[in-house]
Each structure stands twice: as structure tokens, then as C-alpha cells.
Design a protein around this ligand. Structure first.
Ligand code: TYD
Ligand code: MG
Length: 455
């Protein structure tokens, strides 16, 4: 009998050590080392059966043939967009997200709507019946979609060899286990080895593989960081569980940009693609309320108008509260300081609450001016004209700074029926200020915005 070989693995970053250590030297986390049994990978025959006969040799780059139809249409525009224009054959994609956010729903929906491809959906979490029930709920069926409830990769590859699917979904990578490694499913070495097997399979056969991954409390994908290095694309599925909107974001993509967003709405009958995000991100309102301003932002290549809402009120207790949803709290602090110092706005003793409508998180600095305006509007209790929107960054000295792709922002605002857009003076070059549809108002200082809006 072969001697058991054990190694200690950091559960956070996947680093190895021969003995237990308290603090991981690689990621500096404490108490993350766990002993796992590993066998020397001499007996990877199971793998060999799949990967055999495929020794590759050096090839000149211009001799490597590109297949004509490189991108597979997933029949889901939002997913296609995030993937960079469709699914690449042989790619391996990791989808992470909090429990209950809708990862399984999204993948099942894709498996059921994709055309002309035989899909194998491997589930280690739910039974076939549960998946069928979900499919019923989605109101879809597809004769080309096969469900396999299995967690051992050796068995999975046997089924794959028999079925020869054109796309594979694994729900989830944490439930898989391979017999090469002795430790239990979900441990670092198991996750890593199973992902490596899936990766080899995808690369050898050209079949795209989706891996669903759980995330840890701090939001990163559970398991070793190496998992993220092994795959081609890492997608994050996020959203507020109390809001219906879900955002699919690429944090890594070998075949496309990482700045694209896919937006979905979770409905009773599954995820609906949201192709015009501005319409949902602007709350329907009839009355003029104070504390609301609209920003024309760009996420990825897509412009969208987002509503910012602020509430400024006298602090009931000693220390005033500052809270922000969907916006960086430190940036809010900075903007408040600018208002206090440059505009003589006394916010020191006020509670400030900021909310980005729709529960989405915005990184675009062009939202600054709308944030500042909504705070001013709430503080003074004067509503902002609902036909005005904003697209500019605010600098530390209260200057209004230019933002990129201003034309696109203006066009989007115009399309949605806005009459005025306030931008930075430095953005006005080459723009026709009054071309009919929308009036462009360039400003230089925050005080100017204030006087233009509230008189
Ligand atoms: P699920 O896909 O199981 O999440 P994950 O795999 O990320 O853990 O999503 C389950 C949630 O979605 C659950 O709270 C119910 C909700 N849901 C709907 O609102 N509508 C639907 O049509 C479906 C299938 C699920
Ligand atoms: Mg699930």
C-alpha cells in the first residue's frame, strides 16, 4: 500500500506547505492552513483516456488555422456581450456569485435556450427533479439539454465520452471530486484538480465549459486564487437580493473587454434580459422631489442614465451618519468636503444618505456631479428639473472635470428625452451646444452649477 502523502494548503490562496503554519507567507492570512491528503499523481489514467493521442508540437503562429465560426451565439444577448461577443469554443468560464443570486437559473436558462448545441448540465447540488421543476418554472424545454447529477469527475468524463456534448455546465465546481486526490470535495486541492481536468477537457475537445463557483464572505470565489488563473473568463453575478436587477460583470476575460456589463431582471419566470437599462434605472416619478439627480454614465461600451438620490437631514445624535449604497463611501466623504469648503455648505452636522437607484454599483467618475447636485438639492430642499441630467467629475477644488466619450452620453440623454445636460467646460470642444434636441450647458465650477440650477 502506498504511503499517504499529506500537504497543508492555504484555503485562501492555495499556497502549499509541508507543515502547518499559522500565517500564510503568500497571502498573509491567519489560520488558513488545512491538512489535505494528496496522492502523487502517478495514476492519472482516467485523464489519459481523454487526453491521449494529443501531443502538441511547436507550430509557426501563421500556420495555426483559425476556425471560421469562432464565436458561439448563446442566444442570450447580455451574456454574449459580457463574454465579448459570444462564447469561444474550448473556453472555460467561471461564474461566481452569492447563494441565491441566480447562477443556476442563468445557466439553466442558457442551456435551455441555446440553439443547435447538445448541452450537458452537471449538477452536484440539485436533483434532476429539482432542475426539471426549475425548467418548468422558466417555461422552457429543450430536447438537446441533458442533466447529470454526479460529482465524481471520472464518472462525469465517462458520461461525457458517451454523450459527446457541445457545451458543459458544472454546478458547482465545489461539489466535484476526483479520485486522484484523497481530500474531501470542496477542499483547495480538489477544486484545483477538478478545474484542471475540466480545463484540459475543454482545451482538448474545443467544448466550452461553464463552472459555477461559490463565493466566500468577502466576495471572492471560494477556493484557491489559482482557480481564477486557470480559467479563461471569470464572471461575477451580482445584485441586491431585494432588488430584481442582476448584473453580470467580467472580472477577467481572455477574449474580450472586462468593462462590459450584462443586466438582467429576476422575474417569476426566470431572468429577463434588460436591453435598455436606462429605462429601469430611472424611477418613474410624477412629482418633483428634491434630492434626485440623473447622471449619464457609461459602463463598458454602453451608456446608461442612472438616478442618484440623496437625503440630507440634521443629525439626531452626536456623530452625523454618512451612508452610501452603490457608491464609494470615501468618495462621498470627499465630495462632501468639497461642498463644505468650496460652496460654504454646512454639512458637518448633517446626516447624508446616498442611494444609486436600481441597486447597481457605479464606478464611472462621471456620476460625481449628479451626486453633488442631489445632495445640494436635498439640503436646500429644492427639486432639480427632471429634464436635466449631468455628466462630469468633480475635482478636489470644486472644479468640474471632463469625462470620456461625452458624445455617447449626450446622445443617450437626448434619446431618453432630456432637455439639458450639464458637462464640464473642458468637454465642450467640438460639440454643438444647441443642436436642437438637447441643450448642452458647459460649466467650470461647482458654484456655477448651483446658480444655474437653483438661481
Ligand atoms: P438560483 O439560481 O438557485 O441561485 P444560485 O444558483 O445562485 O444559488 O436562484 C434562486 C433564486 O432565484 C431564488 O431565490 C428564487 C429566484 N427565482 C426567481 O425569482 N424566479 C425564477 O424564475 C427562478 C427560477 C428563481
Ligand atoms: Mg445554485
Amino acid at each position: 500500500m502506498s504511503k499517504l502523502k499529506t500537504t497543508f494548503f492555504c484555503q485562501n490562496c492555495g499556497a502549499q506547505s509541508a507543515k502547518w503554519i499559522g500565517k500564510c507567507p503568500s497571502c498573509n492570512e491567519w489560520n488558513t492552513y488545512v491538512e489535505e491528503v494528496v496522492l502523487k499523481p502517478t495514476q492519472s489514467q482516467a485523464l489519459q483516456s481523454i487526453t491521449s493521442g494529443r501531443t502538441s508540437k511547436p507550430q509557426r503562429i501563421d500556420e495555426i488555422t483559425l476556425s471560421e465560426d469562432q464565436r458561439i451565439d448563446t442566444n442570450n444577448n447580455e451574456l454574449n456581450r459580457v463574454l465579448g461577443g459570444g462564447l469561444v469554443a474550448g473556453s472555460i468560464i467561471l461564474i461566481g456569485g452569492e447563494p441565491g443570486i441566480g447562477k443556476s437559473t442563468l445557466m439553466l436558462q442558457v442551456a435551455l435556450t441555446i440553439k443547435n448545441l447538445k448541452v450537458l448540465y452537471i449538477s452536484g447540488e440539485e436533483s434532476g427533479q429539482q432542475i426539471r421543476m426549475r425548467a418548468e418554472r422558466l417555461g422552457m424545454t429543450n430536447a438537446n439539454c441533458f442533466i447529470l447529477t454526479e460529482t465524481s469527475t471520472q464518472n462525469i468524463f465517462t458520461h461525457i465520452a458517451a454523450l459527446e456534448p457541445n457545451m458543459v455546465v458544472v454546478d458547482s465546481i465545489q461539489t466535484l471530486n476526483t479520485s486522484i486526490i484523497e481530500s474531501s470535495a470542496g477542499s483547495v486541492s480538489q477544486i484545483r484538480e477538478c478545474a484542471a481536468e475540466m480545463n484540459r477537457y475543454a482545451k482538448d475537445t474545443g467544448v466550452p465549459v461553464f463552472l459555477i463557483g461559490h463565493i466566500t464572505k468577502d466576495g471572492s470565489i471560494a477556493g484557491p486564487k489559482v482557480l481564477e488563473h486557470m480559467v479563461d473568463t471569470v464572471l461575477q453575478f451580482e445584485g441586491d437580493r431585494n432588488h430584481g436587477y442582476r448584473i453580470l460583470r467580467a472580472t477577467k476575460n481572455r477574449f474580450g473587454s472586462t468593462s462590459e456589463l450584462g443586466i438582467f431582471e429576476m422575474q417569476n419566470t426566470g431572468l429577463r434580459e434588460v436591453s435598455n437599462p436606462s429605462e429601469i434605472l430611472l424611477s418613474q416619478r410624477d412629482d418633483n422631489l428634491s434630492g434626485v439627480a440623473i447622471a449619464s454614465t457609461i459602463e463598458g461600451l454602453r451608456p446608461m442614465l442612472i438616478e442618484t438620490q440623496a437625503l440630507v437631514s440634521s443629525a439626531a445624535y452626536g456623530t452625523p451618519q454618512r451612508s452610501a449604497t452603490g457608491f464609494d463611501l470615501r468618495r462621498l466623504g470627499m465630495l462632501l468636503a468639497v461642498l463644505e469648503k468650496r460652496c460654504g455648505f454646512k454639512l458637518g452636522a448633517k446626516d447624508v444618505f446616498l442611494n444609486i437607484a436600481g441597486g447597481i454599483k457605479v464606478d464611472d467618475p462621471a456620476i460625481d456631479l449628479a451626486v453633488v447636485t442631489s445632495i445640494l438639492s436635498s439640503g436646500e430642499d429644492i427639486p432639480v428639473d427632471p429634464k436635466v441630467c449631468f455628466a462630469a467629475e468633480v475635482g478636489l477644488s470644486g472644479e468640474i472635470r471632463p469625462v470620456n466619450r461625452i458624445d455617447q452620453r449626450i446622445t443617450e440623454a437626448e434619446k431618453l428625452g432630456f432637455e439639458k445636460i450639464i458637462i464640464s467646460k473642458y468637454n465642450q470642444k467640438g460639440l454643438v451646444l444647441n443642436k436642437g434636441g438637447i441643450q448642452i450647458i458647459p460649466v467650470n465650477k461647482i458654484e456655477e452649477v448651483f446658480s444655474k440650477l437653483f438661481g
